[in-house]
Write a protein that binds this ligand. Structure first.
Ligand code: ISL
Ligand code: CA
Length: 551
């Protein structure tokens, strides 16, 4: 397995709006991030992925960019950014920028030009179509509700927007547009940023003729016909000229297709985020449906991606981000066993093969917000969904029950720094409410408790640094069909590590596999106090995680 710094790194995602407010306007900002760099250094992470910080009217919290080379007013100035980059680099922390170029904002100068007349030179930077006898050009749906086409009165055509109507899709067929994007990317790389997380990159290519979607959009506007040409071109024009890290956000990519994007000989990306785990159960009809999962599917997904990329590509590992419910609430137990289950899940992410991603607040076991009133929600996806369903006649209680579990705002409440008012995030009313549990879940408390989730993450991150087997070792699943336990052995040359995870709130027996019965086991990390020495049979407590090196 080829070595690379981005395989050995641990990434920490910051959603700046909710991280730390430094100037008392209720919105997190760049100076707030600078204040907390020492905290991140203490945690031990290597890379920060910054969700978008560019100029934006914030229809989708910065994922609608009106100027790619300027900073959002609420977040600060370019001088603040330059200082952030320097302060991070001084601490040995790299910075990944969010590259959102499937679409921009309708307030971007390109779109303002493009919509001024049909023969404006920028017209073709976007996707315009005539209506079909007063109907939409085709049946494509926006991810955030309704048609993906918006009628533009003044010029009498529709433009495409796969997300909100304030996020018009860029036309990747247009070579000038692509060149402008590459130029912008170089602007950031020349400043010294260390790579990109690429927002829905696998939607850049749209199928010629814009056919109706029949079953699903795969091959039409997701993983479209020219997607590999575009990524390869971007790699040649930009990535290949720098020592950087690239990770593409890739909804609807099956593991069998993963290699095509991240194959080491493909000259495309370093890794992608697949959504097999996040999309469980695969109900594309309504993403607000209750989230069910079983351990067998979880294991299958992890193993499928491991096997399909083995020795030829690299995985990313995550169980939540700014678009998903909190991982301890979804896959663990955010009540009685919050601490144990948060540590157990972290053990999986940090000992499987791939690059681990931590989403802000995860390291202290932050939970879903479970807001009860629609007035507490801010996310455009949630609000559009609510409006649409109320219009369809669905009752409010039913809707809130679904939204409470799945809304993206569950992950977007402010980071809980201490137990003072507003959790030490701000000294005014924050843009979104703080989770009321900040009184007992907060960074200050975590730092004072040697058994906290925080220190467990710190230890996991250290273990990864000290044991190359955790990064590069092969992986063998054991007890594949066990319904309660996820266990595997990692092996690199003569080093072997055994990971045992009880995924549920019941005690369960674990037998050391026959071939290891006579070996010695040396405990590397666990989320309970273990007093007994290892016997061939052990009882795992609720959500217990153990990692042993095998001697
Ligand atoms: O968030 C989702 C489901 O709730 C996903 O479908 C999400 O919309 C998809 O993964 C794309 O996400 C990315 O692009 C969006 C932006 O709203 C998300 O925050 C971003 O991560 C449009 O830029
Ligand atoms: Ca602020």
């Amino acid at each position: 397995m080829k070595k690379a710094w981005w395989k050995e790194a641990v990434v920490y995602q910051i959603y700046p709006r909710s991280f730390k407010d430094s100037n008392g306007d209720g919105i997190g900002d760049l100076n707030g991030i600078i204040e907390k760099l020492d905290y991140l250094k203490l945690l031990g992470i290597d890379v920060i992925w910054l969700s978008p910080i560019y100029k934006s009217p914030n229809d989708d919290n910065g994922y609608d960019i009106s100027d790619y080379e300027d900073i959002m007013d609420e977040f600060g100035t370019m001088e603040d950014f330059d200082r952030l980059l320097k302060e991070a680099h001084d601490r040995g922390i790299k910075i990944l920028m969010d590259l959102v170029v499937n679409h921009c904002s309708d307030e971007h100068k390109w779109f303002v030009e493009a919509s001024s007349s049909k023969d404006n030179p920028y017209r073709d930077y976007f996707i315009w179509k005539d209506g079909k006898k007063g109907e939409y050009p085709n049946n494509w749906k926006s991810f955030f509700g309704g048609s993906a086409w918006e009628y533009h009165e003044e010029t009498g055509q529709y433009y495409l927007h796969l997300f909100t109507k304030k996020q018009p899709d860029l036309n990747w067929e247009n070579e000038n547009m692509r060149k402008d994007i590459y130029k912008m990317m170089k602007y950031w790389l020349d400043k010294g940023v260390d790579g990109f997380r690429m927002d829905v990159f696998n939607m850049y290519s749209k199928k010629e003729g814009f056919p109706n979607v029949v079953d699903n959009p795969n091959g039409i506007y997701i993983n479209g016909p020219k997607i590999h040409d575009y990524v390869k071109e971007m790699n040649k024009e930009v990535f290949s000229k720098y020592d950087i890290m690239t990770v593409g956000e890739a909804p609807c990519v099956p593991s069998s297709m993963g290699y095509l994007y991240v194959g080491e000989d493909r000259e495309e990306l370093n890794m992608i985020f697949h959504f097999d785990l996040m999309d469980m159960p695969n109900d594309s009809s309504d993403k607000f449906n209750k989230i069910h999962w079983n351990l067998k599917d979880v294991k299958d997904i992890f193993m499928r991606w491991y096997e399909d990329l083995k020795d030829r590509g690299w995985n990313s590992l995550f169980m939540n981000n700014h678009d998903q419910p909190r991982m301890v609430s979804r896959f663990g137990n955010d009540k009685e066993y919050r601490v144990q289950s948060a540590k157990m899940l972290a053990t999986l992410i940090h000992t499987f093969q791939g690059t681990p991603y931590i989403y802000q607040g995860e390291e202290i076991g932050m939970t879903n917000a479970y807001f009860e009133s629609i007035s507490d929600y801010r996310d455009v996806e949630t609000l559009n969904y609510y409006k649409e369903k109320i219009e369809e006649g669905i009752d409010e209680g039913t809707l809130i029950d679904k939204i409470k579990l799945t809304s993206r705002d569950n992950a977007r409440t402010p980071v809980q720094w201490d137990d003072s008012e507003n959790a030490g995030f701000t000294n005014v009313t924050p843009w979104i409410n703080v989770n009321p549990n900040y009184k007992y879940i907060n960074v200050k408390k975590a730092l004072e408790d040697k058994d906290s989730i925080f220190y467990y993450y710190q230890k996991l991150i250290n273990l990864r640094k000290e044991n190359p087997v955790i990064v590069y070792g092969d992986l063998n699943l054991i007890y594949k069909d066990d319904k309660n336990i996820f266990a595997y052995v990692r092996k690199l040359e003569d080093k072997e590590i055994l990971v045992i995870l009880n995924f549920f709130d019941k005690e369960v027996e674990f037998n050391i596999p026959k071939e290891y019965e006579n070996k010695e086991f040396n405990l590397l990390i666990n989320n309970y106090e273990i007093k007994d020495t290892v016997n061939n049979k052990m009882t795992l407590r609720p959500y217990e995680a153990r990692v042993y090196s095998i001697i």
